[in-house]
Write a protein that binds this ligand. Sequence first.
Ligand SMILES: C[S@@+](CC[C@H](N)C(=O)[O-])C[C@H]1O[C@@H](n2cnc3c(N)ncnc32)[C@H](O)[C@@H]1O
Length: 211
Amino acid sequence: MLREVVEYLNPKPGKRYLDGTLGGGGHSEQILIESEPDGLVLGLDRDEEALSAACQRLQRFGARLSERQASFAEASEILATIGWQAVDGVILDLGISSHQIDSPERGFSFRGDGRLDMRMDRRQELDAERVVNTYSESELERIFRDYGEEPQARRIARVLAVERKNKPIETTAELAQLVARAKPGRGRDHHPATQVFQALRIAVNQELVEI
Ligand SMILES: C[S@@+](CC[C@H](N)C(=O)[O-])C[C@H]1O[C@@H](n2cnc3c(N)ncnc32)[C@H](O)[C@@H]1O
Protein backbone atom coordinates (compact mmCIF):
# COMPACT_ATOMS: atom_id res chain seq x y z
CA MET A 1 0.00 0.00 0.00
CA LEU A 2 3.01 2.29 -0.38
CA ARG A 3 1.41 4.27 -3.19
CA GLU A 4 -1.92 4.82 -1.38
CA VAL A 5 -0.27 5.76 1.92
CA VAL A 6 2.03 8.30 0.32
CA GLU A 7 -0.82 9.69 -1.77
CA TYR A 8 -2.83 10.42 1.41
CA LEU A 9 0.20 11.84 3.18
CA ASN A 10 0.82 14.08 0.15
CA PRO A 11 4.42 15.02 1.01
CA LYS A 12 5.58 18.51 0.03
CA PRO A 13 8.93 20.32 -0.01
CA GLY A 14 9.79 22.16 3.17
CA LYS A 15 7.51 19.98 5.34
CA ARG A 16 8.36 17.65 8.24
CA TYR A 17 7.23 14.05 8.57
CA LEU A 18 7.39 11.49 11.34
CA ASP A 19 7.74 7.85 10.31
CA GLY A 20 7.10 6.04 13.62
CA THR A 21 7.89 2.60 12.18
CA LEU A 22 10.83 3.10 9.85
CA GLY A 23 11.36 -0.65 9.21
CA GLY A 24 13.07 -1.21 5.87
CA GLY A 25 12.66 2.49 5.03
CA GLY A 26 10.32 2.05 2.04
CA HIS A 27 7.73 4.62 3.13
CA SER A 28 10.33 7.14 4.27
CA GLU A 29 12.17 6.79 0.98
CA GLN A 30 9.05 7.70 -0.95
CA ILE A 31 8.27 10.62 1.37
CA LEU A 32 11.82 11.93 0.92
CA ILE A 33 11.58 11.62 -2.86
CA GLU A 34 8.22 13.38 -3.06
CA SER A 35 9.22 16.17 -0.69
CA GLU A 36 12.40 17.03 -2.60
CA PRO A 37 14.48 19.09 -2.28
CA ASP A 38 14.15 19.92 1.41
CA GLY A 39 11.36 17.89 3.11
CA LEU A 40 12.53 16.26 6.35
CA VAL A 41 11.78 12.88 7.93
CA LEU A 42 12.30 11.69 11.49
CA GLY A 43 12.32 7.87 11.44
CA LEU A 44 11.87 5.80 14.58
CA ASP A 45 12.08 2.07 15.09
CA ARG A 46 12.54 -0.10 18.16
CA ASP A 47 14.63 -2.52 16.16
CA GLU A 48 18.30 -1.64 15.84
CA GLU A 49 18.79 -3.92 12.80
CA ALA A 50 15.89 -2.28 10.96
CA LEU A 51 17.26 1.14 11.74
CA SER A 52 20.74 0.43 10.41
CA ALA A 53 19.37 -1.21 7.22
CA ALA A 54 17.07 1.77 6.63
CA CYS A 55 19.88 4.28 7.23
CA GLN A 56 22.02 2.52 4.68
CA ARG A 57 19.21 2.51 2.14
CA LEU A 58 18.44 6.20 2.72
CA GLN A 59 22.04 7.42 2.93
CA ARG A 60 21.68 9.46 -0.25
CA PHE A 61 19.20 11.81 1.45
CA GLY A 62 21.87 12.92 3.94
CA ALA A 63 20.66 15.17 6.78
CA ARG A 64 17.08 15.16 5.47
CA LEU A 65 16.61 11.93 7.46
CA SER A 66 17.09 11.82 11.24
CA GLU A 67 16.66 8.49 12.95
CA ARG A 68 16.46 7.16 16.50
CA GLN A 69 16.10 3.73 18.06
CA ALA A 70 12.92 4.36 20.00
CA SER A 71 9.25 3.53 20.23
CA PHE A 72 6.78 5.84 18.53
CA ALA A 73 5.31 6.22 22.02
CA GLU A 74 8.36 8.36 22.80
CA ALA A 75 7.89 10.54 19.71
CA SER A 76 6.97 13.79 21.46
CA GLU A 77 10.11 13.71 23.66
CA ILE A 78 12.31 12.97 20.65
CA LEU A 79 10.69 15.71 18.58
CA ALA A 80 11.43 18.13 21.42
CA THR A 81 15.09 17.06 21.55
CA ILE A 82 15.59 17.71 17.84
CA GLY A 83 13.74 21.02 18.08
CA TRP A 84 10.65 20.21 16.02
CA GLN A 85 7.55 21.98 17.40
CA ALA A 86 5.15 20.13 15.08
CA VAL A 87 5.01 17.76 12.12
CA ASP A 88 3.06 17.96 8.87
CA GLY A 89 2.33 14.24 8.67
CA VAL A 90 2.73 10.99 10.60
CA ILE A 91 2.89 7.44 9.37
CA LEU A 92 2.64 4.29 11.51
CA ASP A 93 2.94 1.03 9.58
CA LEU A 94 2.13 -1.23 12.51
CA GLY A 95 3.28 -4.81 12.95
CA ILE A 96 6.32 -6.76 12.01
CA SER A 97 8.73 -6.39 9.09
CA SER A 98 9.56 -9.09 6.57
CA HIS A 99 13.17 -8.88 7.75
CA GLN A 100 12.09 -9.78 11.28
CA ILE A 101 9.93 -12.67 10.08
CA ASP A 102 12.62 -13.99 7.74
CA SER A 103 15.35 -14.06 10.41
CA PRO A 104 14.91 -17.33 12.37
CA GLU A 105 17.28 -16.15 15.12
CA ARG A 106 14.83 -13.34 15.97
CA GLY A 107 12.33 -16.00 16.99
CA PHE A 108 9.24 -14.37 15.48
CA SER A 109 8.19 -17.13 13.12
CA PHE A 110 7.14 -20.77 13.17
CA ARG A 111 8.89 -21.11 9.82
CA GLY A 112 12.51 -22.03 10.43
CA ASP A 113 13.80 -22.62 13.94
CA GLY A 114 15.27 -20.23 16.44
CA ARG A 115 15.29 -19.34 20.10
CA LEU A 116 11.93 -18.03 21.30
CA ASP A 117 12.81 -14.36 21.36
CA MET A 118 10.36 -12.00 19.54
CA ARG A 119 11.81 -8.79 21.01
CA MET A 120 11.76 -5.89 18.59
CA ASP A 121 14.09 -3.97 20.89
CA ARG A 122 16.73 -6.44 22.00
CA ARG A 123 17.74 -4.22 24.92
CA GLN A 124 14.47 -5.26 26.57
CA GLU A 125 14.59 -8.11 29.12
CA LEU A 126 11.22 -9.75 28.56
CA ASP A 127 11.23 -12.23 25.68
CA ALA A 128 8.88 -14.92 24.41
CA GLU A 129 10.76 -17.72 26.16
CA ARG A 130 10.11 -16.07 29.49
CA VAL A 131 6.44 -15.48 28.73
CA VAL A 132 5.87 -19.08 27.61
CA ASN A 133 7.75 -20.65 30.53
CA THR A 134 6.89 -18.40 33.46
CA TYR A 135 3.46 -16.85 32.90
CA SER A 136 0.58 -18.66 34.59
CA GLU A 137 -1.60 -20.96 32.53
CA SER A 138 -4.53 -18.55 32.86
CA GLU A 139 -2.42 -15.58 31.76
CA LEU A 140 -1.24 -17.50 28.69
CA GLU A 141 -4.83 -18.36 27.89
CA ARG A 142 -5.79 -14.67 28.14
CA ILE A 143 -2.92 -13.62 25.87
CA PHE A 144 -3.78 -16.22 23.21
CA ARG A 145 -7.47 -15.27 23.34
CA ASP A 146 -7.18 -11.47 23.55
CA TYR A 147 -4.18 -10.87 21.29
CA GLY A 148 -4.56 -13.81 18.91
CA GLU A 149 -8.32 -14.43 18.89
CA GLU A 150 -7.31 -18.06 19.26
CA PRO A 151 -10.44 -20.23 19.79
CA GLN A 152 -8.36 -23.02 21.37
CA ALA A 153 -6.62 -20.68 23.81
CA ARG A 154 -7.45 -22.76 26.87
CA ARG A 155 -6.34 -26.08 25.38
CA ILE A 156 -3.09 -24.63 24.12
CA ALA A 157 -2.30 -22.96 27.44
CA ARG A 158 -2.94 -26.31 29.17
CA VAL A 159 -0.60 -28.23 26.86
CA LEU A 160 2.16 -25.65 27.36
CA ALA A 161 1.72 -25.63 31.15
CA VAL A 162 2.05 -29.43 31.26
CA GLU A 163 4.96 -29.65 28.82
CA ARG A 164 7.09 -26.98 30.43
CA LYS A 165 7.13 -28.96 33.69
CA ASN A 166 9.19 -31.64 31.90
CA LYS A 167 11.44 -29.27 30.02
CA PRO A 168 11.42 -25.55 29.26
CA ILE A 169 10.01 -24.64 25.83
CA GLU A 170 12.95 -22.91 24.17
CA THR A 171 12.54 -22.77 20.41
CA THR A 172 10.02 -21.63 17.83
CA ALA A 173 9.86 -25.16 16.36
CA GLU A 174 9.08 -26.73 19.76
CA LEU A 175 6.33 -24.20 20.39
CA ALA A 176 4.85 -24.62 16.90
CA GLN A 177 4.75 -28.41 17.34
CA LEU A 178 3.09 -28.20 20.75
CA VAL A 179 0.43 -25.80 19.45
CA ALA A 180 -0.20 -28.03 16.43
CA ARG A 181 -0.61 -30.98 18.80
CA ALA A 182 -3.19 -29.04 20.82
CA LYS A 183 -5.18 -28.28 17.64
CA PRO A 184 -5.27 -31.55 15.69
CA GLY A 185 -6.93 -31.36 12.28
CA ARG A 186 -7.07 -27.57 12.30
CA GLY A 187 -5.32 -24.90 10.27
CA ARG A 188 -5.56 -26.16 6.71
CA ASP A 189 -5.32 -22.66 5.22
CA HIS A 190 -2.74 -21.35 7.68
CA HIS A 191 -0.28 -22.80 10.18
CA PRO A 192 -2.08 -23.75 13.42
CA ALA A 193 0.37 -21.67 15.46
CA THR A 194 -0.21 -18.43 13.51
CA GLN A 195 -2.45 -16.79 16.13
CA VAL A 196 -0.37 -17.96 19.10
CA PHE A 197 2.79 -16.49 17.57
CA GLN A 198 1.00 -13.21 16.85
CA ALA A 199 -0.36 -13.09 20.40
CA LEU A 200 3.04 -13.73 21.98
CA ARG A 201 4.67 -11.06 19.81
CA ILE A 202 2.06 -8.52 20.93
CA ALA A 203 2.56 -9.50 24.59
CA VAL A 204 6.37 -9.45 24.47
CA ASN A 205 6.49 -6.05 22.79
CA GLN A 206 3.50 -4.64 24.71
CA GLU A 207 2.21 -3.46 21.37
CA LEU A 208 -1.21 -2.31 22.56
CA VAL A 209 0.33 -0.31 25.40
CA GLU A 210 2.69 1.37 22.93
CA ILE A 211 -0.20 2.34 20.64
C1 LIG B 1 5.68 -3.26 8.93
S1 LIG B 1 7.26 -2.77 9.45
C2 LIG B 1 7.46 -1.17 8.74
C3 LIG B 1 7.88 -1.21 7.30
C4 LIG B 1 8.21 0.18 6.74
N1 LIG B 1 7.04 1.04 6.66
C5 LIG B 1 8.86 0.08 5.36
O1 LIG B 1 8.44 0.81 4.45
O2 LIG B 1 9.81 -0.70 5.20
C6 LIG B 1 6.97 -2.40 11.13
C7 LIG B 1 8.20 -1.88 11.87
O3 LIG B 1 7.70 -1.23 13.04
C8 LIG B 1 8.61 -1.45 14.09
N2 LIG B 1 7.85 -1.21 15.33
C9 LIG B 1 6.87 -1.95 15.87
N3 LIG B 1 6.39 -1.38 16.98
C10 LIG B 1 7.08 -0.20 17.13
C11 LIG B 1 7.04 0.86 18.08
N4 LIG B 1 6.20 0.85 19.13
N5 LIG B 1 7.85 1.90 17.91
C12 LIG B 1 8.73 1.95 16.85
N6 LIG B 1 8.83 0.96 15.94
C13 LIG B 1 8.01 -0.10 16.07
C14 LIG B 1 9.09 -2.86 13.88
O4 LIG B 1 10.34 -3.05 14.52
C15 LIG B 1 9.18 -2.94 12.35
O5 LIG B 1 10.48 -2.64 11.89
